[in-house]
Design a binder for this molecule. Structure first.
Ligand code: ADP
Ligand code: MG
Ligand code: MG
Ligand code: MG
Length: 400
């Protein structure tokens, strides 16, 4: 077995050349490192004559953004490849095709999605994605329902919980999403113009108590195999197509964590247009478009989830009247809470989002960031009062 070795472009090309059934032995290959994430290397290898291309994603034994001083498990590459394989079987077409996984090299070989755009980048210039709500609603319902206790025998599900325990990656999320932003932590990084707002959050015990409860849910509520990092930077889109990438944070957690990630990140985009779109008519129209998209995502999700519950459930108790409604309501409250947490951490904590970072004027950025903080806090604090998706979008409309 090969020993682990971090690749560079030259080594990645040689590695690709040796893969079976990929390229002709005399192919003229080209390679570039295209990763823009925080943690890993991503290489694109192209055959210059046929145009055929593949992606190699390799985990480094440390976090790329910080360097070797922050060691990180290579196990995440196994988690990622196994999560991809499950998602592929449940949601074919909504994740890249996985060709090969090399455990010694912590490396996955997959379909090249270079004709897609990272969704976060598309939302800044106000692109519209007419099929996105349907695609992501389907992805969420199918991956979350079909990995839950309702669809897998409980013994199988418990084995999967162990297989995906992912403790190091979970610890990162626990700290960066739920803990560090609520204290004066070293990892925090925020726009100095927000200092007053941030101190208010640090002193808001009611808010922190609610965040502590949500954190406990993420620690203990092993409902389904969640993606664990489902922000708009983990979604590649065209006008026609949607692919979810980067499931290295996958673990058994609360369903609302993934749905909340999608909604919270669309609301970060919503807030960012305070900075990106000075024309008020244009801004209002695009923000309204994003809120409609959020409403459609939940609607598609709920319809598909209810269908699966009715048709696929292996759990005898599932037929009890009122059970599915109860389950969905709990999940909806979680969704609102996790959406709020994810918004707040991207403004105060480590690792910001392009939506905000691409607003160059700090005072304009502060305006957008303050709106994101207000929405985020409201979602956390009022999550028990929201019962349907319009209760969320109407609150956002009131604040904005
Ligand atoms: P990280 O875990 O480091 O965040 P990602 O899996 O999110 O890595 O990939 C980082 C970037 O690499 C993505 O934003 C995207 O631009 C590019 N990328 C990743 N996978 C693919 C793919 N299959 N096809 C094309 N580009 C990809
Ligand atoms: Mg990523
Ligand atoms: Mg689309
Ligand atoms: Mg990642």
């Amino acid at each position: 077995m090969l020993q682990y070795q971090a690749l560079n472009e030259y080594r990645a090309m040689n590695y690709a050349r040796k893969l079976r059934n990929m390229f002709m032995s005399n192919a003229q290959l080209d390679c570039s490192e295209i990763g823009d994430g925080n943690l890993n290397l991503v290489f694109r290898i192209t055959d210059k004559s046929s145009g055929k291309s593949i992606i190699l994603k390799q985990a480094l034994p440390y976090a790329r953004v910080v360097g070797e001083s922050w060691p990180l498990t290579l196990e995440r590459a196994r988690i990622e490849s196994q999560a991809y394989i499950i998602q592929q079987s449940i949601c074919p077409g909504l994740v890249p095709i996985i060709y090969h996984y090399d455990s010694a090299m912590a490396l996955t070989v997959m379909e090249d999605l270079s004709n897609h755009l990272n969704m976060r980048k598309g939302l800044v210039p106000r692109e519209r994605y007419p099929h996105f709500a349907c695609h992501i609603g389907t992805f969420l319902a199918r991956t979350l329902y079909l990995t839950s206790d309702f669809a897998w025998p409980s013994q199988v599900k418990k084995e999967k919980v162990v297989q995906f325990s992912n403790p190091e990656m979970c610890k990162i999320s626990e700290n960066l999403i739920f803990t560090d932003p609520y204290f004066n932590s070293e990892t925090n990084q925020f726009n100095p113009l927000l200092a007053d707002k941030v101190v208010e959050i640090w002193e808001n015990n009611q808010l922190k108590l609610e965040v502590a409860k949500l954190k406990e849910g993420s620690l203990t509520h092993a409902q389904a195999l969640i993606h664990g990092d489902l922000h708009t930077g983990s979604i590649m889109v065209t006008k026609e197509d949607t692919k979810v990438i980067d499931p290295e944070f996958a673990f058994y957690g609360p369903i609302g964590f993934d749905i909340g990630a999608v909604i919270g990140n669309l609301l970060l985009s919503f807030a960012s247009h305070e900075g990106h779109t000075p024309d008020s008519q244009e801004r209002i129209e695009y923000q309204a478009y994003l809120l409609t998209m959020i409403e459609q995502i939940w609607t598609y999700f709920e319809k598909e989830f209810r269908d699966l519950w009715e048709k696929e459930s292996k759990e005898r108790m599932a037929v009890i009247p009122g059970y599915v409604d109860h389950y969905l309501l709990q999940m909806f409250e979680d969704t609102a809470g996790y959406a709020g947490c994810k918004m707040i951490r991207r403004i105060i904590g480590l690792s910001h989002v392009w939506d905000m970072e691409s607003i160059s004027d700090p005072s304009l950025r502060a305006k957008a960031e303050k709106l994101a903080l207000s929405i985020g806090q409201k979602l956390v604090l009022e999550r028990r009062q929201v019962h349907r998706i319009n209760d969320i979008t109407s609150r956002v409309r009131q604040i904005a």
